[in-house]
Structures are given as structure tokens and as C-alpha cells.
Design a protein around this ligand. Structure first.
Ligand code: ADP
Ligand code: MG
Length: 355
């Protein structure tokens, strides 16, 4: 294939979220796959790095970042912050991209903001659209839609439009939680990621502290009954038709999968998870139904809880731009399902135009 006939893929990575470095690793994995022996004849890449302040860095420098084995310190040279300027893409070459591949985790990425911006270019993108991304990121609306469809979830309450800086309101909300839910509870900001702002609370005073912490990230909050669980995950790809991967299990040595344990080296990924085939089918079915319910397509990772005592499955959440590093669950699940990383990335690009 001639150079000019190759499809030009625009990888967008970095970003202002707390998952900045994970995004860089994800982008490196996808870049390597796009220029692999299998794919180089079909694809060429333009890169768009967004630094931690939201500043878009030009294509050549961004591409260098993907090629280098750069340490986090090297990345720090790119953390310029132009005072007084608006962080809107400035002097960035958007032309010539055939298909976008946004790999921004969390804020401005998974919540649909980047999808909205890219819509102006009228080019397809890998992943879902604005609506599914926003719903997948928002734990309040996601849970309400799942409740409506009777998809199994742990018991929960939601808070919005309440002034939690007022002690009377805080006390009343805490009493309400204790009355309606079994302790311990997990208190979560509606929009966050990597477990940031989430607490496990066993007493009234811990609930108050947990609400104050969550409120620091989002005034909309979800409170869930905390169960004793195993954590199972399933990958989804497709547009018109969604397909589910094998099921994987993540195991960690901490009490729950908090920020530190998510990025610790001690986690173990087990694929396929040690569950029976009936449960595996049930998980795949819920994963597809729940993505359909929120209008999520392209790719996603759907996370489940398996309650140890009852052996019951509960849907936890959907991640619309799952981690794509070489050690991430999503590519590992597809590898176990018959698509190696080069095939997976090519497939995601191919299906992006199948709407
Ligand atoms: N209801 C719950 N019962 C037991 N553990 C929970 C519950 N909710 C969350 N957790 C623990 O907290 C982690 C992070 O919660 P999650 O809702 O997935 O937030 P995030 O979107 O930040 O990943 C989970 O992976 C799990 O270990
Ligand atoms: Mg999670």
C-alpha cells in the first residue's frame, strides 16, 4: 500500500486526569501495535499529547514521546503552563486524520468531552460517543438506568442537590444512609476514577468523613452497601454487534481495590477467571446488555463483583476507555480470547467506521 493510501490514525493521550501516566502507557501500546509488522502497511500515526495542564503539544513532539522510552521526569519538560491563556487546542494540526483514537482516561476523556470536540472534525473515532461516555463515567445516572432495567447491582443511595457543607444536612444524610443501607458502605463521588475520593465507612463518623471527602471531588455522590467480593472484568468490542471477551479476575492483597493497590505491582490478573461456564455466560450477557443500555460501543471494560457468600454477580461499572498498557486487563482479556494486541488494535480501528 502506498504511503498516501494508508489510514492516518490520530492518537490523543495524556490529559489533565489523575490517570495521565497510564494514558501515556496506553498510547505507547497502541502506537506500537499500529506500526507493528502486521499493521504498518495499513496505518500511519499522528500523535496529540495533552499535558497535565490541558495544553496540546504539537504532533512532532507528541510522536517523539510515543517513540521514546521516556521516564516520567522527561515528560515533566512538557508541562508548560501558559498563564492567562485558554487551554483550547491552539496551532494544532488536526487535518489529515482519517480516524481518531482517543486514549484519555478519566476527566475530559472517558466522560465524552473529547468525543464532543472530535465530532467537529466529522471523522470516525475508536470508542463510543458523547452520550455513552458521559453515562459510563457518571455513577449516579449509570446506576439509575441499570436499576430501571433490573440489572443486578448492590443496594445504593444517591445524593445530589444537597448542601453537604451544612452540618445539619450532613447529619441527616448520614442518618438516612444508616437507616437504609447495611454497613459498611462505600461512598463514591459520581465522577472520578482510579478509586480517588472513594472511602469504605463502617461507622457514622466514618460516613461523615467519607461524604466530606467525596464532596471534594463531586457534589453528586453514590453510597453503596459494601460486600465481601471477588472482582471480575469482561471486555466488550463492536459497534452494530457487540462481542464479549473471556472473563478475568483481578486479585490484590489490600482490603479493597483502592488507588495505591490499583497501581501496585502485587496485583494478580487471572484469565480465565476460575468461575463456572454458566456464570461466565451470565457476565457476558449482562456486560453486553449494560453497554447497550448506556449506548456504549466501540470498546469498553465492564467490571463486576462476585459476592463470596452468596455467589451472586453484581454489575459494578463500565469503563469506556479502559487501560491499554501491556499489563492492562483489557488487552489481556482479548489476547486470551484470540486477538493479540496488533489484531485487537487493527480491529478497533476497522470497526470504528461500522456505524
Ligand atoms: N459495594 C462495594 N463492595 C465492596 N467493594 C467495593 C464496593 N464498591 C467499590 N468497592 C471497591 O472499590 C473499588 C473502586 O470502586 P469503583 O466503583 O470501581 O470506582 P472507580 O470508578 O474509581 O474504579 C472497587 O474496585 C472495589 O474494590
Ligand atoms: Mg472500578
Amino acid at each position: 500500500m502506498l504511503e498516501k493510501e494508508k489510514k492516518c490514525i490520530g492518537i490523543i493521550f495524556g490529559g489533565e486526569s489523575n490517570e495521565h501516566y497510564v494514558s501515556i502507557s496506553s498510547a505507547k501500546t497502541v502506537f506500537k501495535a499500529l506500526i507493528s509488522k502486521t499493521n504498518i502497511a495499513r496505518f500511519k500515526v499522528k500523535a496529540f499529547y495533552i499535558n497535565k495542564h490541558g495544553v496540546w503539544i504539537n504532533n512532532n513532539q507528541s510522536l517523539e514521546l510515543l517513540k521514546q522510552n521516556s521516564s516520567n521526569e522527561t515528560m515533566d519538560n512538557y508541562q508548560i503552563f501558559p498563564k492567562g491563556e485558554i487551554n483550547f487546542p491552539n496551532k494544532i494540526e488536526f487535518q489529515g486524520i482519517d480516524i481518531w483514537f482517543p486514549l484519555l482516561h478519566g476527566l475530559n476523556g472517558e466522560d465524552g468531552a473529547i468525543h464532543g470536540l472530535l465530532k467537529f472534525t466529522k471523522k470516525p473515532l475508536v470508542g463510543g460517543g458523547i452520550l455513552g461516555s458521559a453515562l459510563g463515567m457518571d455513577k449516579v445516572l449509570m446506576k439509575r438506568i441499570f436499576s430501571h432495567l433490573e440489572i443486578p447491582q448492590v443496594n445504593y443511595l444517591t445524593i445530589q442537590n444537597q448542601d453537604l457543607s451544612d452540618d445539619n444536612v450532613l447529619n441527616k444524610v448520614s442518618d438516612d444512609i444508616i437507616e437504609k443501607l447495611k454497613l459498611p458502605v462505600f461512598v463514591k463521588p459520581a465522577n472520578s476514577g482510579s478509586s480517588l475520593g472513594i472511602s469504605k465507612a463502617k461507622t457514622r463518623s466514618e460516613i461523615i468523613k467519607a461524604l466530606q471527602k467525596a464532596r471534594g471531588i463531586d457534589s453528586r455522590i453514590v453510597i453503596e452497601e459494601g460486600l465481601n467480593i471477588r472482582e471480575l472484568e469482561c471486555g466488550i468490542i463492536g459497534n452494530l454487534k457487540l462481542i464479549a471477551s473471556e472473563i478475568g479476575e483481578v486479585s490484590y492483597s489490600t482490603d479493597w481495590y483502592d488507588y495505591d493497590s490499583k497501581y501496585s505491582m502485587d496485583n494478580q490478573i487471572i484469565i480465565p477467571a476460575d468461575i463456572d461456564s454458566q456464570m461466565s455466560e451470565q457476565i457476558k450477557d449482562i456486560a453486553i446488555r449494560s453497554c447497550r443500555a448506556l449506548n456504549i460501543y466501540g470498546f469498553a471494560r465492564v467490571d463486576f463483583f462476585l459476592e463470596k457468600i452468596s455467589n451472586k454477580i453484581f454489575l459494578n461499572e463500565i469503563n469506556t476507555i479502559p487501560g491499554f498498557t501491556s499489563k492492562s486487563m483489557f488487552p489481556m482479556l482479548w489476547n486470551a480470547s484470540g486477538l493479540n494486541i496488533d489484531q485487537l488494535v487493527a480491529k478497533l480501528v476497522d470497526i470504528s467506521s461500522d456505524l
